[in-house]
Write a protein that binds this ligand. Structure first.
Ligand code: NAD
Length: 505
């Protein structure tokens, strides 16, 4: 079915029993007829089926994107026109805000509070890049007399965008918005567990006026669809968000065709509470830093370091507040923690907790699966605080990706910086101190792409988001991101009065 405005309105609401993929501006079923089942993890119930792409469908999407890029009009639009369409995407998303939030909650089990923040940010991403692209331009370079040189910024081409399940719509927006602002075409592959809102954004892009083929969505498995995209010769760039092992695999395969890549990977981010921290900010901020999105955040501050002189006081308040956090009905505005995404992920979380216990750690609160009333068949885990850990424990070294924090004491600034950096990851970090000199000193020594000082928030449109070390490279969400979707072409010309004859023959 062609995705005209009328077609979308005819279908009406966004909540359906079945979702098709989107290729070349149309709703398309998979060539094989296969479907994915998507679940509401809060209840463990099926909510809809989704067309499941295979290589044949993915090929169609790549060719649609290629055609749109090579022969279509999107990249040739004046930037002001592209910006207008992107603002229209944001405006349609705003008008459907409640429905989008509802779908995100249903497909991810996250709390309505978390989904609201994330959909808002997804909308603002389109607005941000609509504005940013208008002022984004090349430069005229200094040259010897007679020569003129300027940098022409050109879209990089067809981009494969592969995203995870923890922020389904926000990640889709983080990827699509800068790419299309730059004039690229995209094929986006959402996580198999959470494909719905990426499909909805794609439909909205068409309704807003993005031409056919510029944005295509192919839900399917990473091993099939993801792998096919990464190795495809017609893909110029891969933008990936997901786990570090998958990122490494993608980097290796993408190197065969020297694709541009950006990798937003895992983390094990430190949260450092100094003795001069303002407790009223540090306790709730640290709580949010780990338990927001039920700990299923790449920048979750999952390793907490607390100064020995305030340790007892801080931990008493922290554990007390952890116990007050409410898990349960994700649609209840009073709910703090939604469900875990799947039984499989819940098992992973629990196995880390059990390994910590076996290694001699102490669980101060939480530490097991839970069954909120009315959601007994869903996947829920108690917010968990673990102490008496040592740096070599698996639960301290590896990303758990759930509501679990490990806590260590420290005695001085130099030592805590060393310990905070003792990880292969380098995504987020938080510092709690009232000493401005210390804040800056420590911020500059932490090996991480993001340092939050007296704030639990890590990302706003405009702030560069990305990692050091094995947390990946490239930055999203910022003006600089546009350059990762563009090539800088150097155009060099001669305007001297005499013809150039460098060989003199
Ligand atoms: P994942 O790596 O298992 O999957 C991510 C995506 O990659 C999915 O769409 C998946 O289908 C696809 N994929 C899997 N194997 C592939 C392959 N061989 N080739 C191509 N694509 C493949 O990660 P996940 O479990 O969905 O997400 C959780 C991870 O994402 C965590 O490690 C988390 O830290 C990370 N994450 C990072 C950021 C960031 O900005 N740094 C943001 C969110 C999540």
């Amino acid at each position: 079915m062609e995705l005209t405005k009328e077609a979308i309105q005819e279908v009406g609401e966004m909540k359906r029993k079945h979702y098709a993929m989107v290729i070349n501006g149309e709703r398309v079923e998979s060539a094989s007829g296969d479907t994915l089942e998507t679940f509401d993890p809060a209840k463990g119930e099926t909510i809809a089926t989704v067309a499941k792409a295979n290589e044949e469908d993915t090929e169609k999407a790549v060719q649609a994107a290629r055609q749109a890029f090579d022969h279509g009009k999107w990249r040739k639009y004046p930037v002001g026109k592209r910006a207008r369409v992107m603002n229209q995407i944001a405006s349609i998303m705003r008008s459907r805000f409640k429905e989008l939030v509802e779908m995100e909650v249903l497909n991810s089990g996250k709390s309505v509070g978390a989904a609201t923040v994330q959909i808002n940010q997804a909308i603002e991403d389109f607005e941000f890049y609509a504005g940013a692209i208008v002022g984004h331009r090349g430069v005229v370079n200094n040259m010897p007399y007679g020569f003129f040189n300027y940098t022409h910024k050109e879209p990089v081409g067809v981009c494969a965008q592969i995203i995870p399940w923890n922020y389904p719509m926000m990640m889709a927006a983080w990827k699509i918005a800068p790419a299309i602002a730059a004039g690229c075409s995209v094929v986006i592959k959402p996580a198999s567990l959470t494909p719905i809102t990426a499909i909805l954004i794609n439909e909205i892009c068409h309704e807003a006026g993005v031409p056919e083929g510029v944005v295509n969505t192919v839900p399917g498995s990473g091993a099939v669809v993801g792998d096919y995209l990464v190795q495809h010769e017609d893909i110029n760039k891969v933008a990936f968000t997901g786990s570090t092992p998958t990122g490494k695999d993608i980097m290796e395969k993408a190197s065969q065709t020297l694709k541009r890549i950006t990798l937003e990977l895992g983390g094990k981010s430190p949260n450092i509470v100094f003795e001069d921290a303002d407790m009223e900010a540090a306790v709730p901020g640290s709580l949010f830093g780990i338990f927001f999105n039920t700990g299923q955040s790449c920048e979750a501050r999952s390793r907490m370091f607390v100064h020995e002189s305030i340790y007892d006081e801080f931990m008493e308040q922290f554990v007390e507040k952890t116990k007050q956090l409410k898990s349960g009905d994700p649609f209840d505005k009073g709910t703090h923690l939604g469900s875990i995404i799947s039984q499989e992920q819940l098992n992973v979380i629990d196995s880390y907790v059990q390994s910590a216990i076996a290694d001699g750690a102490t669980v101060l609160t939480g530490g097991k699966q839970m069954y909120p009333e009315g959601f007994e068949n869903g996947y829920w885990y108690e917010p968990t605080v673990i102490t008496d850990v040592t740096p070599d424990m698996k639960a301290v070294r590896e990303e758990i990706f759930g509501p679990v924090v490990v806590v260590e004491k420290f005695s001085d600034e130099k030592d805590v910086i060393k310990r905070a950096n003792d990880t292969k990851y380098g995504l987020g970090s938080s510092i709690w101190t009232t000493n401005q000199g210390r804040a800056t000193r420590v911020a500059h020594q932490i090996q991480a792409g993001i340092v939050m000082v007296n704030s639990p928030f890590s990302a706003f449109p405009g702030t560069p988001f990305g990692g050091y070390k094995e947390s990946g490279f490239g930055r999203e969400l910022s003006v600089e991101t546009l350059d990762l979707y563009m090539e800088d072409k150097s155009v060099l010309s001669y305007y001297g009065p005499k013809p150039l004859n460098p060989f003199g023959v």
